[in-house]
Design a protein around this ligand. Structure first.
Ligand code: NAD
Length: 380
């Protein structure tokens, strides 16, 4: 028995923002990315809201939002009875809004509050997930909050909002989509429902991410990637993720690498570890057959021959590497700029934090700290 729960109402495409006009006389906390404020995009979005609404606008979001930003956002609502938390931005703004809602509700400050999310990156899928990642800057750790209550009530997908996204962030966030879909597909909680969502997302990423990267004004590619991001979010919201994300959470807080780029660097190593297959054919221990077959299915989905599970794994790794090349992505932590001393100082702590990360629970292979350490070293 399993339970599938998709509550978010999703408005998609041209005119979707008009849904904001349905709200009247509401007290709204707007949590937004500072870029959107500075570029004037936020004002254009907020024009869809009726003037009877009372707005508290909080735009002090930074990437990988730390706890003090969450506290400041809640503080900004002092003296108001908030009805809606509306987030506009990338995963950082959306996650921050979900964390504000989560903690303010726990403190009894927010009661019946609706969550509405408008993503302006095509990456995290946070607009349809019950996950929010916050950072403890002092401890240099990222924590995923996982709670059904933070699943947004409404998501508005308007790919025109993504057109201003620079090429490098398009690539990073797009690889985050791919990581979500692949991890959901091989998760030990994958179902026919999450498979269907993940399969479509994977196909869309391989087809449209290089186009969106090459030409940010390619609106068809932008639209497909925006949808792919939400599909992958829906997939992992039910199947959850794996150690690609566990390590990315732990290493991201140490090395401050954009989340999607870090996922991308790790991905080929995670695939090979999970299947227990290497690209040069040397393998100790047994093939993890069931997982290798799942990767083989992905490779076939991409039109590759993948005539055996081992070949499927190798071809998928190769396809990921080719995609990274098209996106000018670094393929190792050292190529990104992480120094050897810094790496050696932090690698064990990263492996230890990854082991206890919530995403590790659904990884298809149960790792040890030493194995995680080895994967991290390979990624260096
Ligand atoms: P982000 O929100 O940190 O944004 C990255 C950069 O893009 C920022 O500088 C931002 O100002 C800019 N930006 C955003 N929209 C823009 C636009 N339309 N035009 C130009 N610039 C724009 O990046 P992200 O990858 O969307 O989110 C990453 C965060 O989400 C991380 O903290 C990660 O851990 C978290 N995350 C959450 C989930 C989840 O399910 N909740 C899943 C994956 C990742």
């Amino acid at each position: 028995m399993y339970n599938i729960y998709y509550k978010t109402q999703i408005y998609v495409g041209k005119g979707a923002l008009a849904h904001l006009g349905d709200y009247h006389n509401q007290s709204i906390l707007v949590v937004a990315d500072p870029f959107l404020k500075e570029s004037g995009q936020l004002d254009r979005i907020l024009e869809f809201l009726d003037t009877s609404n009372d707005l508290v606008i909080f735009t002090d979001i930074v990437p990988d939002p730390p706890i003090d930003v969450i506290v400041a956002g809640i503080k900004a609502t002092e003296g108001k009875s908030i009805d809606i938390v509306l987030s506009v931005g990338g995963g950082s703004a959306i996650d921050a809004s979900k964390a504000m809602y989560y903690f303010a509700k726990k403190q009894g400050v927010f009661k019946d509050v609706k969550l509405i999310s408008i993503p302006t990156t095509s990456g995290t899928g946070s607009e349809v997930t019950s996950f929010a990642v916050i950072t403890d800057a002092e401890k240099e750790q990222k924590y995923p909050i996982v709670d059904w209550d933070i699943l947004p009530d409404v998501a508005i997908l308007d790919s025109n909002l993504v057109e201003t996204l620079p090429a490098n962030i398009t690539a990073d966030t797009g690889m985050d989509v791919l990581t979500h879909a692949i991890e959901a597909y091989v998760s030990n909680k994958a179902t026919d429902f999450s498979d269907a969502l993940a399969e479509k997302a994977i196909k869309l990423v391989f087809e449209y991410l290089p186009r969106a990267y090459k030409d940010g004004h390619d609106l068809e590619a932008r639209e497909k990637m925006h949808v792919a991001s939400t599909l992958a979010g829906m997939a992992f919201n039910s199947a959850s993720l794996g150690i690609n994300h566990s390590i990315a959470h732990a290493a991201g807080a140490k090395f401050h690498i954009p989340h999607g780029r870090l996922n991308s660097i790790l991905m080929p190593h995670i695939i090979q570890y999970n299947a227990n297959v290497t690209t040069n054919g040397v393998r100790t221990g047994n093939l993890n057959k069931e997982t290798a077959e799942r990767y083989q299915q992905i490779a076939r989905l991409l039109g590759l021959s993948a005539s055996t599970p081992v070949l499927g794994v190798r071809q998928l790794v190769d396809a990921v590497r080719k995609l990274q090349k098209k996106l000018d992505h670094p393929t190792s932590l050292s190529a990104y700029g992480v120094g050897l001393e810094d790496f050696n100082e932090n690698k064990r702590e990263i492996a230890e934090a990854a082991l206890v990360d919530k995403c590790t629970i659904t990884n298809p292979r149960v790792p040890t700290v030493e194995e995680l350490l080895k994967v991290v070293e390979q990624a260096f």
